[in-house]
Design a protein around this ligand. Sequence first.
Ligand code: TTP
Ligand code: MG
Length: 371
Amino acid sequence: MVSLEGTELRVAHLDADAFYVSVELLRHPELRGRPVVVAGSGPRAVVTTASYEARRYGVGSAMPASRARRLCPQAVFLPPDFTTYREVSRRMMELVRGHVERVEVVGLDEAYLDLEGLYSPRAAMRRLLAEIHKHTQLTCSVGIGPNKLVAKVASDAEKPAGFVVLTRQEACARFASAPPGLVPGIGPKTAARLAELGLSTLAALASAPEQLLIERFGPNLGRELRRRARFEHDGEVGAARKAVSESRERTFDHDVSDPAQMREALARMAQELCTGLAAHGRRGRTIAIKVRLDDFTTVTRAHTVSEPTCDAKLVRDVALRLLEAYSPSRPVRLLGVRVAGLAAGDAEGERKRAQDGCDVGEASSQLILPV
Ligand code: TTP
Ligand code: MG
């Protein structure tokens, strides 16, 4: 097998370990070694991050905080502080950029690094990790491979503080018996359909007849699934992505049926959103609302105005009109407002995940990106 460092190892994926908790431990060092959970408050809060000590009790991301408390009553629960997480993320990514020219930030704690041209990618990554640790005290896991897919799966393979270097062939061998869902881009629904075909490991999927996959999933997805199972991927490490929309949303502690209360919540979020946009000199043309009903039906309604705006009154009025036009038929669980098509500013995008129920009116930037 030919595997030359510098030719084969083109991409690294860097992912901080238990990121939010690790940031909290910087100011609460006395909690080190204890189960710590960052979760919102209120009856519908979810866990955003659990320390590895808490994960031993089965606590994990996106789990209701109430369940986490039952599983691990001795854990210390802390509320999320996104402002600080963003600041630490910014510092971390600055250090990354000091070592690698092309960096694709894909989340607050996660980035792909283009290793092309580095004399010794392994040594460079070790130096970077040491520097990140020195300046932020964070530990990260790194995966290195010939493409983004291998790098991503490798960085997950030995968390925390993992450092996994794999060629494509090595990745195929190492994860042969893993379920297809291990690979990014193969979600639970696709995995279930694959299982129906008897394809419940990556090795089985990698060697499945292409025709079978094409019949079942169509030519594009069919071929792509097989390629992913073989860890083939030609996506380039992109330049930093830009947030193209910003939003505020809120999950109510109790479902809301009173239109006045909905309007008030929406108006407040519109105000907060626009204050943030204005502070960064950002404007957008598309104003949208998101409504989640008590049965989890989720709809968005959008309206595009003629000029990019961050005017709170305009955004509020449009949002309220959209709400009135939709006129929820059932009690409302969540409301959100978004301004998209942002014109100025260069704030980095971040993943928006499982923030429902995190906390009231939490900020989020969301990326609208091709998958
Ligand atoms: P991850 O990198 O997925 O998770 P992590 O850093 O907490 O843990 P790991 O050691 O496994 O990498 O996500 C980074 C941060 O994003 C995480 O600290 C909190 C946030 N997040 C959510 O808010 N909701 C989620 O469902 C997940 C998975 C993460
Ligand atoms: Mg992480």
